[in-house]
Design a protein around this ligand. Structure first.
Ligand SMILES: [Zn+2]
Ligand SMILES: [Zn+2]
Length: 577
């Protein structure tokens, strides 16, 4: 069992303990243990073998024993017992946003509710509002949460789905019967949430290939199967489809199953205007006057590039195939050269153990340098973010000094000292100008009171951006994909303000953020706003998200020159000065 699985198990135990009404300190001990192990990058098995769980994580005897059992046997009798004692419906209720274990217990004890369905019925009957500590507003929030949990249930974050898709594709790519294979669909377009993994392959023996696909080791069940197509559901819960075509049709199928419905419809229309017909099987020229059977002449294309060329179009990168003006641009050869992830030179907005990060300043800097970056911005939380262990003025000053000192030892790599300063409720900042002016840069972000109306929230962000020390606006909508809706923000005004004040807007590429959303970037770019792609990394492994951040930037039509962290170290120094 690996560290992540141990973490998940301990978190599950904590939840089950809370749901069963145990002493809250007991659940807290499991939560704390889960966090400690989550932040540990070493070999857990070795720690167990050396009996060092106590000294490394500060675990008591009972917890040491349970973690040892988990790591050595992969099972835990205690967990099985707990699972049997708590109704599964209560665990499912914990997935509803705005519903904590304490409230779930009350609902169970007072109204006998043991499932999401029963909860929904009780809410609609107005029974929940009568409970002490609930009220009509909570009831409404619960109903809203149930609806959201249902939509979230079939959706997966891009980064998670892509990892599963790449694994599947790589396994199939080595298959003897595969000539070509690629990931298609929303994943290939880089959309932030997907509900299916779509693969397109060419083969002379579809049967054998599909036989192996429907028996893939990480599969839970087969949903459908015919001669050229199969759908399976992976153990992770997401479905995956494989479509197998002849090699001569491969490029057409790949194009067809990549583009959004709008893109495909627009392209078929353009083809028709040129007296051609485009389908998932081929491109055909149509001769007028002749009988239909004799009228179609196939235009062979081996690649998507050839398909676009046959239609007199510049090649359209998959990320742009959304039906948002890309075909018109391609006709005029105005598709820009999009940013590539190898063009990133550094990044800002990363955390360390000084606030809520899991790796030290030195570890973060070393990792960034090993990845080939030449600069890194540290921006730990400010004092108002108490839960995230935000830095006081004194601790921030110490950190700045530590960074200046570290820079003396670093060759051709530079750490910029910044802060992720909280934008307070009224748009003022958590630190005064006297503090901010000593920093290399400032990320300003909202972390609390996120439910303000659009006018108030927009004015709040604008006031922060108008501060001359604010370099960039962090995660502007505050959304957490599949967890929390975006705040109400007027992006039109935010973009205007960024253009007017020269404030950069962050494309925060933390897995569940992807914020500012790609749908706004083309507009922002056209108004002269600069982007900065930040992983908001709280641990070294999260630098990997930069690649996905670049995908989102490409979806937003951004070029190298639109993204500040493609600048070289000298250039970015000048930009920050
Ligand atoms: Zn933040
Ligand atoms: Zn952050």
């Amino acid at each position: 069992m690996d560290n992540a699985q141990v973490t998940d198990t301990l978190e599950e135990i904590a939840l089950l303990l809370e749901l069963s009404g145990e002493n809250p300190f007991k659940a807290l001990a499991y939560t704390k243990a889960a966090r400690a192990i989550d932040g540990y990058d070493g070999d857990l098995e070795a720690l167990v073998a050396e009996k060092k769980l106590g000294s490394e994580f500060g675990l008591g005897d009972a917890l040491q024993q349970k973690v040892t059992e988990l790591v050595t046997t992969g099972k835990l009798a205690y967990l099985d017992k707990l699972r049997a004692s708590v109704p599964a419906g209560l665990v499912a209720m914990a997935e509803i946003p705005a519903l904590g274990p304490k409230k779930i217990r009350t609902l169970h004890d007072k109204l006998g509710i043991s499932s999401v369905e029963e909860l929904e019925v009780a809410c609609r009957a107005g029974k929940v509002r009568e409970l002490a500590g609930f009220g009509a507003k909570t009831e409404e929030k619960i109903l809203d949460g149930i609806a959201r949990a249902r939509t979230y249930a079939d959706q997966f974050l891009y980064s998670e789905a892509l990892a599963l898709a790449e694994e599947l594709r790589d396994a199939l790519r080595n298959h003897n019967e595969v000539a070509q294979i690629a990931i298609a669909g929303g994943l290939r377009r880089g959309i932030e949430l997907v509900d299916v993994i779509e693969l397109v392959a060419s083969s002379r023996n579809p049967k054998e290939l599909l036989d192996d696909f429907v028996t893939w080791t990480d599969m839970k069940s087969v949903t459908s199967r015919d001669d050229h197509f199969a759908t399976i559901i992976l153990k992770a819960g997401i479905s995956a489809t494989l479509r197998v075509v002849a090699d001569s049709e491969y490029a057409f199928a790949l194009h067809e199953f990549t583009g959004s419905a709008e893109h495909n419809a627009a392209l078929r229309e353009l083809a028709a205007a040129q007296k051609k017909e485009l389908t998932g099987h081929g491109l055909f020229s149509i001769k007028e006057g002749a009988k239909k059977s004799a009228a179609r002449e196939s235009i062979p294309c081996r690649t998507e590039h050839e398909i676009f060329a046959a239609l007199d179009l510049q090649e359209i990168p998959p990320e742009l195939r959304e039906g948002r003006g890309e075909i018109e641009a391609a006709a005029e050869h105005k598709i820009p050269r999009l940013i590539e992830w190898t063009q990133l030179r550094g990044t800002f907005h990363c955390h360390t153990t000084a606030s809520d990060g899991r790796n030290s300043l030195l570890e973060m800097a070393t990792e960034a340098r090993d990845l080939g970056l030449t600069y890194l911005g540290i921006a730990d939380h400010s004092r108002s973010s108490v839960i995230a262990n935000g830095l006081s003025e004194e601790r921030l000053a110490d950190q700045v000094e530590a960074i200046r000192k570290l820079n003396l030892d670093l060759d051709e790599f530079h750490v910029f000292a910044g802060s992720e300063v909280d934008i307070l409720k009224d748009g003022s900042l958590d630190f005064g100008d006297d503090v901010l002016r000593h920093l290399d840069y400032v990320v300003a972000s909202v972390h609390n009171v996120m439910g303000q109306d659009e006018e108030t929230m927009t004015a709040r962000l604008i006031r922060a951006m108008e501060n001359e020390y604010v370099t960039m606006l962090g995660h502007p909508s505050g959304r957490r994909l599949l967890q929390r809706e975006a705040s109400r923000v007027n992006f039109d005004k935010i973009i205007d303000c960024a253009a007017r004040t020269g404030t950069w807007i962050e494309l925060n590429c933390s897995a569940s953020r992807m914020d500012m959303d790609w749908r706004w970037w083309r507009e922002a770019r056209d108004r002269g706003v600069k982007c900065v792609i930040n992983p908001d990394a709280h641990r070294i492994s999260q630098f990997a998200m930069l690649r996905h951040g670049v995908t989102a930037a490409r979806k937003g039509w951004l070029r190298r020159e639109d993204v500040m962290n493609t600048l070289t170290l000298d250039e970015i120094r000048r930009a920050l000065a």
